[in-house]
Design a protein. Structure first.
Length: 310
C-alpha cells in the first residue's frame, strides 16, 4: 500500500462504519485519481470528508434506523429550541411593554427614568427574538442556506459578545445560562444540511403563531405567584402529558422533547441558584418535580420507541 493510499484510507475513517462499508475502496480510488490529476487542493479534501461525515451521522434517509433517529432528533431539538427562544423573548418583551405602559400611572412624575429603562430592555428583548426568529423563518420559507448562514452569524456574534462581556470566563453558571440559547442555533446549522428534509412549513408556522400569541399574553399580564421558575417551565410541564396522549410513535420526538424540557429547566435553575437568596418556593419545587419526572418518562418512551423500530 502506497503512502497516499494509506493517507486516504485513514481519512475515510472519518466516515461512519456503515457508510464506508461498501464505498471505502471506491472513495479511496476516486481520491487517488483526483490527487494524480491535480484536482485536489491541500486541506480541502479533509474539510470535504469532515462535512460528509457529519451529514452521514445526521442522515435523514438511506441510513440505518438509529442514524435516522439521531438526525431527526437533532433537527427537532433545533426547531423546538428556537420556538422556546421565541417564546422566552416575546414573553420578556410583553412584560417590559406592560411595565412601560403602567409606569406613568404608578410613578407619576418620576416615571420617565423607569420608562427609559423599560424601553431599553424592550429593544434588547426584541433583538433576542429576532436572533432566533429570523433564521427559523428563513428555514420555514425553504431558504435553507440563508437560514444556516444567519444562524451561524448569530452564534459567532453572540459568542464574541459573551467573551467581551465576561472576560473569557467559562464558569458553570454562565455556561448553564447561555448554552441553552446557543444550542438550537448550532443544531440548526449542522442538522439541516443539504441532504436533510425541510420541516413541514404550515405546521411550524401555526406553532410559531401560537407561541408568539400565548407568550405575549402571559408576559403582558405581568408577574403572578403561580409563575414559579418561569412561564415556559409550566408550558413544558403541560406539553408532556399532551404528547403522551397524542404522541407520534417515534424516538425522535420523545428524545427531542426530553432534551428541550431539560434546556427549559436548566436556565431558570441556574438563574435562581446564582441569586444571593435563591429561596425556592413550593411552586418552584413542584415545577422541578413535574418537569424532571416528565423528562425521565420521555427518555424511557424514546428508548422503547427506538428498540421498536430497530
Amino acid at each position: 500500500m502506497t503512502a497516499p493510499e494509506l493517507h486516504y484510507r485513514r481519512m475515510v475513517r472519518l466516515l461512519p462504519r456503515w457508510y464506508r462499508a461498501d464505498r471505502e475502496d471506491e472513495m479511496v480510488g476516486a481520491l487517488l485519481d483526483a490527487r494524480d490529476g491535480g484536482r485536489l487542493e491541500e486541506g480541502r479534501e479533509l474539510l470535504a470528508m469532515l462535512g460528509l461525515g457529519l451529514r452521514a451521522r445526521l442522515a435523514a434517509g438511506s441510513a440505518p434506523a438509529r442514524v435516522v433517529a439521531f438526525g431527526d432528533t437533532v433537527r427537532l431539538v433545533a426547531l423546538l429550541g428556537l420556538l422556546w427562544g421565541v417564546m422566552k423573548g416575546v414573553l420578556a418583551a410583553g412584560y417590559e411593554l406592560s411595565a412601560a405602559i403602567s409606569y406613568p400611572e404608578l410613578l407619576g412624575s418620576h416615571a420617565e427614568p423607569a420608562m427609559a429603562q423599560a424601553a431599553h430592555y424592550l429593544w434588547r428583548d426584541l433583538a433576542l427574538v429576532a436572533a432566533v426568529l429570523v433564521p427559523l423563518a428563513f428555514l420555514l420559507a425553504g431558504r435553507r442556506r440563508a437560514a444556516r448562514v444567519i444562524a451561524g452569524v448569530v452564534l459567532v456574534a453572540g459568542f464574541a459578545a459573551f467573551l467581551r462581556r465576561y472576560s473569557f470566563s467559562f464558569s458553570p453558571d454562565l455556561l448553564g445560562y447561555f448554552i441553552p440559547q446557543w444550542l438550537p442555533l448550532l443544531l440548526m446549522v449542522v442538522g439541516f444540511h443539504v441532504g436533510a428534509p425541510l420541516p413541514v412549513a404550515r405546521k411550524w408556522w401555526l406553532a410559531l403563531a401560537a407561541v408568539v400569541a400565548s407568550a405575549f399574553y402571559f408576559g403582558f399580564s405581568g408577574e403572578v405567584e403561580l409563575r414559579g421558575l418561569s412561564w415556559y417551565a409550566w408550558a413544558a410541564v403541560l406539553i408532556i402529558p399532551v404528547y403522551f396522549a397524542f404522541r407520534r410513535r417515534t424516538p425522535a420526538w420523545s428524545f427531542s422533547l426530553a432534551a428541550c424540557c431539560a434546556l427549559v429547566l436548566i436556565q431558570p435553575l441556574v438563574l435562581r441558584a446564582t441569586m444571593a437568596a435563591p429561596g425556592f418556593m413550593l411552586v418552584d419545587l413542584l415545577q422541578i418535580s413535574l418537569l424532571g419526572s416528565g423528562i425521565v418518562a420521555l427518555v424511557v418512551a424514546g428508548i422503547a420507541d427506538y428498540r421498536r423500530i430497530s
